[in-house]
Design a protein around this ligand. Structure first.
Ligand SMILES: CCCCCCCCCCCCCCCC(=O)SCCNC(=O)CCNC(=O)[C@H](O)C(C)(C)COP(=O)(O)OP(=O)(O)OC[C@H]1O[C@@H](n2cnc3c(N)ncnc32)[C@H](O)[C@@H]1OP(=O)(O)O
Length: 194
């Protein structure tokens, strides 16, 4: 069974998403938005270390290999980890729009069990934008990029300013991030005036 709740339906005044003219070229690796991110950061040994690439239009692709640290049942990926992979892939659409946004709502369908060592082939695209609300959808396939869909999600992300993180993040990590020129460079790729 699969369906989409009304909170995920774009309103009548929603517009077609526009790829930012300075977005990374199709095929380009996007890199982590934060080195300590559980979804994409290289500094998290048990994290997903998901690598996303720009696609055509306002879309991305990504791959994630399920490791033993990601189990829920014996030999199978935890559903929350799979939801994280979808969330992270959807979050990397920020690079294509060049806005900063956070997940407001994420609705996930789990269609097939995903064993440890499986590569999950993810695709995500923005479907509509209404003010600060960014509507998007993602799939995760197994067995190859054209294999069966194991997980899918619909989401609404909400555009925020960088202040969202500065005001809400734990001060020690915020200070470290603001003192890291590489982190500041990444934020500038999203926002003109971070
Ligand atoms: C120096 C440091 C640098 C760090 C540089 C990092 C940069 C790169 C970060 C990228 C990160 C990505 C990472 C992966 C994705 C996560 O995992 S993000 C983490 C999980 N998400 C969160 O923590 C979000 C927590 N929620 C919140 O903070 C607040 O609820 C939100 C989402 C900001 C919204 O609050 P708000 O700004 O007060 O918005 P509000 O005015 O209530 O609503 C605005 C509109 O959105 C709608 N809306 C709000 N919430 C929802 C919802 N849940 N469902 C549907 N619609 C909603 C409202 O109905 C409203 O619609 P309209 O009235 O305009 O039609």
């Amino acid at each position: 069974m699969s369906g989409t709740s009304t909170g995920l339906m774009p309103p009548a005044d929603a517009v077609t998403p526009v790829r930012h003219p300075e977005a990374p070229a199709p095929g380009e690796l996007l890199g982590a938005h934060y080195g300590q991110c559980f979804g994409c950061g290289g500094g998290q040994p048990h994290g997903l270390q998901l690598e996303a690439r720009a696609g055509d239009g306002v879309s991305v692709t990504a791959e994630f290999t399920v490791r033993p640290a990601h189990q829920g049942a014996p030999g199978l990926a935890h559903g929350g980890v799979l939801a994280t992979a979808l969330d992270e892939t959807l979050g990397s659409l920020n690079w294509l729009l060049r806005v900063v946004s956070v997940t407001g709502r994420l609705e996930t369908d789990f269609l097939l069990p995903v064993p440890v060592d499986t590569v999950l082939y993810l695709e995500a695209e923005v479907t509509a934008v209404a003010g600060r609300k960014i509507y998007s959808t993602a799939t995760g396939r197994i067995g190859g990029p054209d294999g069966p869909v194991a997980v899918r999600a619909d989401a609404v992300f909400i555009e925020v300013k960088v202040d969202h993180f500065i005001e809400n993040g734990r001060p020690a990590e915020i200070r470290a991030a603001m003192n890291d020129p590489d982190q500041i460079r990444r934020v500038r790729a999203f926002e003109v005036n971070p």
